[in-house]
Design a protein. Structure first.
Length: 166
């Protein structure tokens, strides 16, 4: 029997993988099955729309979409599905990713996209947010998120004096 995939990680081009791999690594840490795909809102619009339309029936619960520049990918996906879409702005050479961020944030009312930070932090947090969404129905993930947060808190508390070497 094939593994059920919970999260789709979609990016506009292969060059986005160095950032989007952080979403994948985060999902792997929590044992969440995911599939990475390259689909472009502009170069493969029909395949992009079809992927989004089929996502729910294939068992996907969340889509994470990374895009730079015009960053239409998260919005296009969201227009074709009702499952949550999390947008990760990819840094660009010309505007440092602000163009991507603003494109993702400026969705019209009725087609929501959750916008994250630019780059690695956004991809990591998109993975964590996807886990949190899934944790609403999966007590194992809820427990793992609590443990993760406690680990993060313990790491800060173990080094309260910044003069001490870690």
């Amino acid at each position: 029997m094939a593994e059920t995939v919970d999260v789709g990680i979609i990016m506009g081009s292969r060059s986005d993988w160095p950032i989007m791999q952080h979403a994948a690594e985060t999902l792997e840490r929590f044992g969440v099955a995911h599939e990475p795909r390259v689909l472009s809102a502009h170069r493969t619009p029909d395949q992009c729309a079809q992927y989004a339309r089929d996502a729910e029936s294939r068992g996907l619960s969340v889509l994470i979409a990374g895009a730079g520049g015009a960053a239409a990918l998260p919005g296009v996906l969201a227009a074709h599905t009702t499952i949550p879409v999390l947008g990760v702005p990819i840094e660009t050479k010309s505007l440092g990713g602000m163009d991507s961020l603003l494109s993702i944030v400026q969705m019209p009312a009725g087609i929501p996209v959750g916008a994250l930070a630019i780059g690695k932090a956004g991809a990591t947090n998109a993975g964590l947010l996807a886990v949190a969404i899934l944790a609403g129905q999966r007590p194992d993930l809820r427990q793992a998120l609590h443990a993760y947060r406690q680990e993060r808190a313990d790491a800060v508390l173990s080094a309260v004096d910044p003069r001490e070497a870690s």
